[in-house]
Design a protein around this ligand. Structure first.
Ligand SMILES: C[S@@+](CC[C@H](N)C(=O)[O-])C[C@H]1O[C@@H](n2cnc3c(N)ncnc32)[C@H](O)[C@@H]1O
Length: 233
């Protein structure tokens, strides 16, 4: 099946998301504060930022890791990111790639980040398996996404999005010239993560990208459960 979300992101201008973030800078700085609290004291040898966009996390992540790999399906976006973040180039590598099939060896990264990307990934189970695979046994995955605030918001979307021209497919929604979007309720999202054998620490807060009456944002700190962490407490 052709992945329409990937096609959309490969085609669009890399600055669309950047302009959006810049016009919502106040709320995004609150998100970054929350992210920073999640990663307090963390020092990784290798980190990966999956769906890195224009690399807004690079200044922040380069403090947390000796070497950083920035991955995105959009080569346009990666090219732009390389230019605007050139001062971090000594420790940052840019790789065109898909969250559903990461071209890295098992257990390569102590820190895996997937920030505001998950709703655009059609096969979320496959992407989670890949994230878990490339993560070191003592590593951490930081995942942020937008979720339905409650069941009522899901019901409203079911009723109103089709009226606004969105079609339902792969369990998500797709509008004309808009990316694919798939939201979960908090419980569904946490159950999905747990089914991939992660133990979780969760923080929920106001949505930055969609109406806060209907949506929330969630940051989840995921660690592999059921692995024998030699040398860890
Ligand atoms: C909303 S932007 C978020 C960018 C960045 N993480 C940030 O927070 O600024 C979503 C990004 O995910 C990328 N993306 C979408 N689907 C992807 C996939 N299957 N694999 C890797 N990247 C993907 C898009 O190209 C886009 O740059």
């Amino acid at each position: 099946m052709m992945n329409e979300s990937k096609q959309y992101y490969k085609k669009i201008s890399p600055t669309i998301w950047q302009n959006w973030v810049e016009s919502h800078s106040e709320i995004f700085s609150r998100h970054l504060e929350a992210l920073s609290r999640c990663m307090e004291g963390l020092k990784a040898k290798f980190a990966i930022d999956i769906g890195c966009g224009y690399g807004r996390l690079i200044p922040f992540l380069s403090d947390k890791a000796e070497e950083l790999v920035e991955v995105d399906v959009s080569t346009k976006s990666l090219k732009n990111t390389r230019e605007i973040t050139s001062k971090f180039r000594h420790k940052t590598f840019f790789v065109a790639g898909d969250a559903n099939s990461l071209s890295f060896l098992d257990g390569s990264f102590q820190l895996v980040v997937c920030y505001e990307v998950f709703i655009h990934i059609e096969n979320s189970g496959m992407a989670l398996s890949e994230m878990r695979r490339v993560m070191a046994d003592n590593g951490v995955l930081i995942l942020s996404t937008t979720i339905f605030r409650n069941r009522f918001s899901r019901l409203l979307c079911r009723i109103f999005l089709p009226l606004l021209g969105y079609k339902r497919y792969s369990g998500g929604y797709k509008g004309k010239n808009k990316p694919f979007m798939k939201w979960f309720t908090k419980n569904e999202f946490l159950n999905l993560l747990s089914s991939h054998k992660f133990s979780l620490r969760v923080k929920t807060f106001e949505s930055a990208t969609l109406h806060p009456a209907l949506f929330s944002s969630i940051i989840v700190e995921c660690r592999k459960s059921g692995v024998n962490r030699i040398g860890s407490d």
